[in-house]
Design a protein around this ligand. Structure first.
Ligand code: NAD
Length: 316
């Protein structure tokens, strides 16, 4: 598995990262055995980057991931763990007090002394000025206290990243995590890459399958995309299937091609999915991407290309 430098952090993370939201039963029930086996196979296959949040499954994902990582018996320095703060099953709270308490709770659930990355989770649901003036300074203190090695922000609307990065001292933030903006149906993150690189932050792209849109099984019921986007993605999936191809493999490979984006976080919940996703990365490295299939899928998705959905509160 290819390792890539994450911005200026000095961390080398696998190009395919393990998204652990499915371990919180977000995409259907996952047994603990299944979770442990998936994490173990991922690690043995060279995936060293694991992302979770207290929000996923109302803390379940952190607990399950923590157990699975411990069961590896591997040196702590051999894997990179990212979690988040500010978003919970109960709602959002980006106050300094809550995020400071949050990391302690996460460390306990993850059974770790420190996390590698702590990110403010989905900041468009909070006041961005509070994020700049209160939350990030609290995260800086947590970094100084050794609770986390690096800090970052996550969210859906791309404008949040420049809003925050333009208002904090240079070098304050180490990473940004964008999701659903660098996959076959929406690649708008690509336009922001030069700006983000100029700011020196590591770029993480989550949800290469657009949270299940680019799968044969289709998205979960809660998926926020419009019926038009869902229908176009299902047509593309059916087209690939008809040609003996797999839309999920193509979608992951499409995201991995852009090496300016350090890691692509894909949600995994079974041995089969880990195997398929690792194989997709290996195939890409040796054979390249199936350009013909990409063109055909892009043509099908053209009417909905780069369409997203609203997320967050109106900022004052
Ligand atoms: P995704 O696009 O990775 O899709 C996940 C879905 O695809 C799951 O149902 C999974 O079981 C399925 N899947 C995985 N591999 C497959 C394969 N080979 N074939 C068919 N289906 C497959 O979406 P995601 O899980 O939401 O995103 C990945 C990770 O990124 C999350 O787990 C989370 O860690 C992170 N993330 C963070 C944020 C945020 O911070 N705001 C938002 C979204 C995602």
């Amino acid at each position: 598995m290819e390792l890539r430098e994450l911005g200026r952090t000095g961390l080398k993370v696998s190009s395919v990262g393990f998204g652990a939201s499915p371990l919180g039963n977000v995409f259907g029930t996952v047994s603990e055995e299944q979770a442990n086996a998936s994490v173990r196979l991922a690690f043995q296959s060279g995936i060293n980057f694991f992302d979770t949040s207290p929000y996923y499954g109302g803390t379940l994902s952190e607990k399950v991931l923590g157990k699975a990582l411990k069961a590896l018996g591997a040196p702590r320095s051999s894997y990179v763990v990212a979690t988040k703060c500010g978003r919970y099953k109960e709602g959002f709270d980006f106050s300094a007090e809550r995020v400071t308490r949050s990391v302690e709770e996460s460390l306990e659930r993850l059974q770790l002394d420190y996390v590698d990355i702590l990110q403010c989770h989905d900041i468009e649901f909070g006041s961005l000025d509070q994020i700049v003036n209160e939350t990030i300074p609290a995260l800086v203190k947590l970094k100084e206290a050794g609770k986390t090695r690096f800090i970052g922000i996550t969210g859906l609307p791309l404008g949040i990243f420049s809003y925050v990065l333009d208002r904090v001292p240079p070098g304050t933030l180490d990473v940004v995590l964008s999701y659903c903006h660098y996959s076959l149906n929406d690649s708008t993150l690509g336009d922001l890459v030069p700006y983000l690189k100029g700011k020196g932050v590591g770029i993480i792209n989550a949800s290469p399958l657009s949270m299940g849109l680019l799968t044969e099984a289709g998205p979960p019921e809660w998926h926020p995309a419009s019926p038009q986007i869902k229908a176009a993605c299902q047509t593309a999936a059916a087209h690939c299937k008809e040609k003996g191809k797999n839309i999920s493999k193509l979608a992951l490979q499409y995201s991995l091609v852009n090496k300016e984006i350090t890691s692509v976080l894909i949600g995994m919940k079974s041995l089969e999915q880990v195997e398929e996703n690792v194989a997709a990365a290996r195939e890409l490295a040796t054979c390249g991407i199936d350009e013909e299939a990409v063109s055909e899928v892009e043509a099908i998705l053209k009417p909905v290309k780069n369409q997203s959905w609203p997320s967050g509160i109106q900022q004052s």
